[in-house]
Design a protein around this ligand. Sequence first.
Ligand SMILES: *Cc1c(COP(=O)(O)O)cnc(C)c1O
Length: 476
Amino acid sequence: MSEDQTRNLLSTLPAVESVLKQLEKLDECKDTPREVLAEIVREKLAEFRKAILEKGQGLGGEGEEEIFNQIKSSIKKFQFSKLQPVINATGVLIHTNMGRSPLGSDQAKALYDIATQYNNLELDLESGARGTRAAYVEKLLQILCESEKATMVNNCASALVLVLRCFASSEEKNEVIVSRGELVEIGGGFRIPEIMEASGAKLVEVGATNKTNIEDYRAAITDKTALLMKIHQSNFYMEGFTEAPEVEEISELAKSRGIPFFEDLGSGAMMNTDHLAPIEHEPTPIEQLKKGADIVCFSGDKLLGGPQAGIIAGQSELIARLKKEPFFRAVRCDKLILAVLQETILAYFKRKTETKDVPNVPTIQMMNLSNDLLRERTENFRSQLSSCINKKIDCEIVEGMAKVGGGTMPKSEIPSTKLVIKHPNFKAKKIATLLRSANPPVMGQIEKEHFQLDLRTVFPEQEKSLISSIDQIFDK
Ligand SMILES: *Cc1c(COP(=O)(O)O)cnc(C)c1O
């Protein structure tokens, strides 16, 4: 193609400035910085330029409009990616795609107070000298976990890496014995064996996927064994021909050989989950430490209902070594997380005895909410919805199941109440798509071809917004 021909073809493309001028007139673009709009326009035009040159063909008559529409949809896609509140009406309590555990008002207030003022993060108010970071929350955690000591890092994955780096990355002792049945993928494509190897530890797998016994562990111990490790199978379960040694047995073996025994609990239940809802019992750090684990770690934002964190509890000497490890500094929690974690743990101490000992933490409250109360709330919501919006929707209340989620308790379901929403012109999938793009966005569920909402995971303060989102979409 000659240079002239190329120039002619490309001249069919609009200029960045002219597209920008058009975009700036649109309501939906007014909150997006001009620089960002310009970048998206440039990227999109570059794609068109490339396509034109490859095809050797300029834009047709409707080309410009087509470009403009595609640019608008790129902008919309980008705007959707902004971190923003979403109404979770899925009935999945700890939804990893929706930020796991939400915070309650006390937790959020603690966050606000520490975030917007100076504080005593590393200040000893008594002496005025430098103080110890996180001493208060570490003490609370130690008491709550009934352990000798406790500390916290960025998340449970970093707790895992920290423990392995500290105890299992030297030349002489780097072998970590784990059952093959516990080498899980924790989600997002991250697998425990890979996380372990990233720490410098050498994984020694024992047993078979479904069966491991204490002799397998015993036989694998060498002079290089640094740790015996157990990983809680949080996000899956095995049934049938299975066997795993008791925690007590592993502990006994570890003690007799002078090797520390570490358990990654993942879920981090601090309450007896079976007392909160008709679900299974999830092992707690207290129980596992009592059974003989020397050190345990778990997530802060799963069943504990706090912020993203990895909590480590266990023997004083081991925790002290972890805190001296240089990597500890790289994965420490910031003041905002510490503020929320502190308030979360305090909520566990403050729980009222008359309300079945349930702390004021949303994840726990939602799990504990009785289905009778939820049904009543859903009925009220339905009448409000039908009086507020005067569209052709049909709402029906049905029984269903909520889930704990977040890669925890895969077997457990909580009896819950669902509001099925039907519209003569919209299929369930269409309703779901429209509600995701409403303001605020709403995530529901599709069950047996019907779109449904579960108010168990919707905060009462969100009900008005939920009605407004439903109202918006049926205008379309
Ligand atoms: C969830 C989970 C992790 C990872 O926890 P994060 O806090 O997300 O880092 C690690 N181990 C187990 C067993 C888990 O369930």
